[in-house]
Every structure is written in structure tokens, then in C-alpha cells.
Design a protein. Structure first.
Length: 244
């Protein structure tokens, strides 16, 4: 398949390109719909894996929301398969159990709100798109931003729970899913759930300062990835196996 990866210099994007070095990675201003259309018309990808995002800052909404919609519209016009990356923090973490795909987004952070809005716009622009919600990405050849942060002084939260996924596992899963007939939200995260404090201790190998998270943060955002596991050959390992 002719594959195009957005955000190809990022942690996940660069791993996708390592696995698929024939993928096109040409950069474009995704907030410019005409520029995205021109790129896709020239490259004519059969599959687009959209990993580009911005965590925060003044450009975050434009990139996360408008950019995602532009990519989805351009892919739909071309008839290309779209795999759009989203996040577990489209949920507020108050459910008290792992989230399944049918749960309604309920973001409490700015980033989560932009990603939830992106999901809605992508689904409207490209109804056949696969929207992959994942968690903290770790365990590559180089440390992820989450691993680097754990090595700096700070207080880590005991009630902020996530389902970290190893970057190569996630990249392999996305390449598998790119050729399957599955659409809509799909949870693709690691097999073990840990608090941010536990993750920091796994990374550093020592106890860390910890406390409960303030109520303004997303809390227990565990993802139920059982449906994805039923579709995949790739094993989504747990974080203790990856970092332990």
C-alpha cells in the first residue's frame, strides 16, 4: 500500500517510518486545506496515518482540530483509508472502570477537548476513518517524553491511571489496522494499567514523590483494548514487561 504518515518526525511517526521506510513523509501545513489537498493529490496515498498533533500552546487547537479535519477531508476526497490518532484523555477518568469505545468523550483538559473535537470532525469528514485512542507511549530506542519527565524532580500522581503502550507495538498495530475494514473509535493501549507515580518508579527504578492529582485533571483513564486485541496479531505488551 502507498502509505503517508503525518507527524513523521514525532515519537510514534518516526517508528512507523522505521517499520515502513517506503512511506511518504513530506511535511505540509495541515492547517491549510488547499496545501493538504495538493499534497495528497500529488502523492495519492492509499492509506494515511495521521499522528501529527500539538500538546499545548497557541497552535494546539488549529493543528489538533482544523488540521485533523483537513487531513480527513483530503483523504476522503482521494478515497484513501485514514487512521487518525487520538488519546485516552478525551475521557475525564471518573467512570471508575476501563473505558470502552461506546463511552461518550468527557474531556476536562484543553488538550483532551481539542482531541475530542477532532474525533467528531474526522468522523463527519471521513465516516470510514479509524479513530485510534491510545495512552502514554513509551519504550522506544530513545526515551519518550514521559520517560524523560519521570527523571526530572517532581511530584507524581497516584490516582491518575493510564494504560501505557510500547511504541513499536503501537506502530505495528496501526500498520495492521490500516488494511482491516474497521472504522470508528478503537482503543489500542498496553495490557497493564499504572498510575503516573508507578510509571515514574518503573522508569527511574526508585521511589518518587507522590500525591493525589487535583480534580481538574483527567484521572482514571484506563482503556479497554479487548476489541483491538481480537483483531491484531501484534501483542500489546504491558508496561512492566516493557520497562521492568
Amino acid at each position: 500500500m502507498r502509505l503517508h504518515v503525518t507527524g513523521a518526525t514525532g515519537y510514534l511517526g518516526s517508528e512507523l517510518v522505521r517499520l515502513r521506510p517506503d512511506a511518504s513523509t513530506e511535511r505540509v501545513e495541515i492547517r491549510d486545506p488547499n496545501a493538504v489537498d495538493e499534497l495528497f493529490s500529488r502523492l495519492r496515498p492509499e492509506v494515511v496515518i495521521h499522528t501529527a498533533y500539538r500538546q499545548d500552546g497557541p497552535d494546539a487547537r488549529g493543528i489538533n482540530v482544523d488540521g485533523a479535519e483537513n487531513v480527513a477531508r483530503a483523504a476522503a476526497r482521494l478515497g484513501a483509508r485514514l487512521v487518525h490518532l487520538s488519546t485516552d484523555v478525551v475521557f475525564d477518568g471518573r467512570k471508575g472502570a476501563p473505558y470502552v469505545e461506546a463511552d461518550e468523550p468527557s474531556p476536562v483538559s484543553k488538550y483532551g477537548r481539542t482531541k475530542a473535537e477532532a474525533e467528531r470532525r474526522v468522523a463527519a469528514a471521513s465516516p470510514g476513518a479509524l479513530i485510534v485512542r491510545t495512552s502514554l507511549i513509551v519504550g522506544g530506542a530513545e526515551p519518550s517524553k514521559h520517560e524523560l519527565a519521570a527523571c526530572r524532580p517532581g511530584t507524581w500522581f497516584t490516582n491518575e491511571i493510564r494504560s501505557p503502550v510500547q511504541v513499536t507495538d503501537l506502530a505495528r498495530a496501526l500498520l495492521e489496522l490500516a488494511v482491516l475494514e474497521v472504522a470508528g473509535p478503537l482503543h489500542v493501549a498496553g495490557a497493564e494499567d499504572v498510575s503516573r507515580a508507578e510509571l515514574a518508579e518503573l522508569v527511574t527504578g526508585r521511589p518518587v514523590d507522590s500525591a493525589e492529582a487535583p480534580p481538574t485533571r483527567p484521572l482514571d483513564c484506563r482503556l479497554d483494548s479487548s476489541h483491538a486485541r481480537s483483531l491484531l496479531r501484534t501483542r500489546l505488551r504491558g508496561v512492566r514487561e516493557v520497562l521492568g
